[in-house]
Design a protein. Structure first.
Length: 508
């Protein structure tokens, strides 16, 4: 009888058990491999006659020179002891131009190179293990999904073949032999660029893929290598659309602007859906803590609840219909993105989709067990601390934590209110644009929406509304917008007092 064991933990027990229990063969794909302990375990198994295959990234994926030299030596030692170790040579994108890349030297890889392979998968004769854990010494909060399901074992074996075919199988292109059939996902222009780059540098690199050669993503149970079996961003969008009761996301980094738009659309369509996210605090996002903090503010403004955990490496999504375990985070390269209408850039990710209700409940419980919503004031706390330092310096007045918390929460609530109100005004303007059967939102529609926004809160005299909007609209613009709203019946006038016609506004 097939069994599935899932857990979120900081230990490597399931990885250790899988390696220890192996008797015939062991296949591993791992983004990073720098652990001497795991290397010793694999060496011992190889000496026992176990057939071991490891696919990982080259040692120059490691920036620190001292560690890189140790890993190079470790790779050589593993190969000398019978471990079949392959390093994926393919790079993707243009890291120097990518907002999620750190700068670094060419020899260090990071910043100058972005290797395509970016997931972890292990398999022996009895079990498949999908995990967020790299074969590294560091201990972080990881996800583990181990199964003996025959269908999943068959799929897992197939994924190893696909990876080998994509990145290692020789293919002749214009009288040049390249490793990997990944070139089949390029058009002629990109193929020429890849060949030219290889000729000059002997490095294998694809800038982006031809969209028409990437298959559509569909929510079906199984394993998928993205983007070659569907783009991860498309899987995410469909996952979000499929949820009806709740959407929970456990992700290491939250660093992608487009996600906000997707969440906003979902919440606008289904305002009762519960959306929660557990992620790292903004200050732990090395690329740009400021941008990460701003994204948190925008998500909070949509009514999404946020929780922080500092040691996350695990990633999973769960809703009432699906469990998804992706290898990628919420950033541009992991999810993938359009370079133009015809081109898609992404590194290689793995995605597991499972519709088993027992697993869905388990991961829902795991999420809720770790979720503690942040104090809304925390997103503005640094700004408020700075203001209170000014008070102390100027007036020699100390402040309690409670006082700072109150002001932080007030500022945060005002920011969130502003975000919601702006979205409301824009939606009103969109509504007016459609009423006038236009395909372009004109300034007058926005002006009318702004007036409706204020008049819905209370009635105003013309002088009052004119003074309130003096920095936004001129008096002639206000009169024009008022007259148009009167003609449409959206507002009513009594002497010099204007108010909203609620019945008309609700039933246009």
């Amino acid at each position: 009888m097939s069994q599935t064991l899932s857990e979120l933990s900081k230990n490597s027990q399931l990885v250790n058990e899988l390696i220890s229990e192996t008797e015939k063969y062991l296949k591993i794909v791992t983004f990073r491999f720098s652990s001497e302990d795991f290397a010793k375990m694999l060496t011992e198994k190889a000496k026992e006659g176990v057939n071991i295959e490891v696919v990982t990234t080259p040692a120059d994926n490691i920036k620190e020179e001292k560690l890189r030299l140790k890993v190079e030596e470790m790779y050589s030692r593993l190969q000398a002891n019978g471990v079949k170790l392959l390093t994926c040579p393919w790079e993707v994108g243009e890291p120097r131009l990518t907002t999620t890349s750190m700068s670094g030297r060419l020899a260090g890889g990071i910043g100058e190179k972005w290797y395509s392979l970016h997931f972890q998968l292990l398999m022996n004769e009895n079990h498949a293990l999908l995990t967020s854990q790299n074969l590294v010494p560091e201990k972080k909060l990881e996800i583990y999904y181990r199964s003996s399901d025959p269908d999943l074992l068959k799929q897992t074996s197939n994924k190893f073949k696909i990876i080998h075919d994509l990145f290692f199988t020789p293919i002749d292109v214009n009288k040049t032999t390249l490793k990997g059939r990944v070139v089949n996902f390029l058009d002629q222009k990109m193929l020429k660029d890849a060949l030219d780059f290889y000729t000059k540098t002997k490095r294998l690199k694809v800038k982006h893929y031809y969209v028409e050669k990437l298959p559509q993503a569909n929510l079906n149970k199984g394993l998928f290598i993205c983007p070659f079996e569907g783009r991860l961003r498309e899987f995410l969008n469909k996952f979000i659309n499929s949820g009806k009761q709740f959407l929970y996301f456990f992700v290491e980094t939250l660093f992608d602007d487009e996600i906000i738009r997707i969440f906003e659309g979902k919440i606008n369509r289904e305002p009762d859906i519960q959306v929660k996210i557990i992620t790292r605090p903004p200050e732990k996002v090395r690329q740009s803590p400021h941008k990460a903090r701003n994204m948190i503010k925008q998500l909070l403004s949509l009514g999404i609840e946020i929780g922080y955990l500092s040691d996350i490496q695990a990633k999973f999504w769960v809703n009432d219909k699906w469990l998804a375990i992706p290898s990628g985070d919420f950033n541009k390269m992991n999810l993938g993105y359009h370079i133009s209408k015809n081109y898609w850039r992404a590194d290689t990710q793995l995605l597991l989709l499972d519709d088993n209700q027992k697993q869905i409940k388990l991961f829902k419980d795991i999420f809720e067990g770790h979720f503690e919503p942040i104090d809304i004031g925390s997103i503005c706390r640094k700004d408020i601390d700075f203001l209170f330092k000014g008070l102390k310096k100027r007036y020699n007045i100390m402040s309690t934590r409670e006082a700072k918390n109150y002001i932080s929460r007030l500022k945060s609530s005002l920011i969130i209110k502003t975000e919601r109100d702006i979205k409301y005004v824009m939606n009103l303007a969109l509504k007016l644009t459609k009423i006038h059967r236009k395909n372009r939102m004109k300034g007058i529609f926005v002006a009318m929406a702004i007036l409706l926004y204020y008049l819905q809160r209370r009635e105003h005299k013309f002088r009052e509304i004119s003074e309130k909007l003096e920095n936004t609209l001129s008096e002639p613009e206000i009169r024009d917008a008022m007259n148009r709203l009167l003609q449409l019946g959206y507002i009513l006038k009594s002497e010099d007092i204007y108010r909203v016609n609620v019945e008309k506004l609700l039933n246009p």
